[in-house]
Design a binder for this molecule. Sequence first.
Ligand code: IFM
Length: 443
Amino acid sequence: MERKSFPEDFLWGTATAAYQIEGADFEEGKGPSIWTDFSHRQGRVFSGHNGDIACNHYYRCSEDISLMRELGVNAYRFSVSWPRVLPAGSGRINRKGLDFYSKLVDELLESRITPLVTLYHWDLPLSLQEKIGGWESRDIVNYFGDYASVVFEALGDRAKLWITLNEPFCSSHLSYLWGEHAPGKKDPRLSFIVAHNLLLSHGEGVRRFRETVKNGKIGLSNVSSHAEAISGSQEDLFAAKLRDQFVNGWFFLPPVSGEYPQELFERLDSYGIAPEILPGDMDLISTPLDFWGVNYYTRSIVRAEESELLGYSEVSGDLRKTEMGWEIFPKGLERFLIKAHAEYGNRPIYITENGMAARDRPVNGRVEDLERIAYLRDHIQAAGRALESGVDLRGYFVWSLLDNFEWAHGYSKRFGLIYVDFSDGQRRLRKDSYEFYRRFLNY
Ligand code: IFM
């Protein structure tokens, strides 16, 4: 499948997130985030890695834009660091922080690269965690709204494509159910409260957007997983449904239907951990959004397990796996896109993340990441097939432009099209997959 099989205005890009690439974590007026704190706590992140310097993108931004220009992308997805803009989470604005993003947007536009801006990709200002418990408190909704308004006002005259939150599934459950991400708590009840507050904040973000940004579009990027039952038994099929509701439905349905998925909600309710819904909550959550961001990496296979909180357990599949241990299943992307198109409010869709971690090593100045090339080729084809089936697909963003700080895995997992040598001044080296994508985009 070639680029010309896709619509001419299709967005082809790469994606990154602030804490994963920027570095300069204590510089230029930036405040600490919950990830600054978490990564500096012993035993939380692989080998004690942290985002203090990361890819040093804050200081090498122009070089990274040149690399994108050479690549031939026409879009770039990045996130704004809330504590870089509002060091204490609210109140005083750090002008240097806003200027950084403003210049980034200008340079992208000069390079004919459309910016797709994510407001929140997991780096909550630490002061809000300490002051109100972060996402655990409903008060966060207004704090997020105020932050969103500051950023919309600063960039919204030029940046027209926006995402409120990246993967609220992770900021709730990875952070609060399994405790693997900041702030590292393990409390099922809290994790569903956090998920609810994230969705409320998403709605508030969309509301503020309509007040401020003219001719813009805003959406939500979700983890998107294709769930399969291990057998055709009724119990396993129901388990797959619960898994689908937990990962996908919980975050894809309420914004378009104003309702949580019924079966999972009832199950949580029976354990006394369903979130409390106040009058007006679901109206705010379902403030109409313009598009979906689909972040697709893998599938999951499940079997019924009544003793588990969520009614299922995951089974390891036998397909080839990436360095993250995730099965490679491009067909799942096609199926998920068709499902999202049919079940989640018939909105335009951007694949806002897709890519794989591999054990990349430079040999004589070259990184031959053949598996990644195959992965990208097969997923782009799957996206093309979904488009042919009638899905309103508008764009595809490779995760990621650069090798970067992969959260609890630190720098041990490499997702980039560009190799970053973290032991040699963050030197960049184009991998073979960069060359593959460049050719795909240019011919
Ligand atoms: O690196 C992450 C990104 O921050 C969110 N989505 C998944 C990616 C790979 O794990």
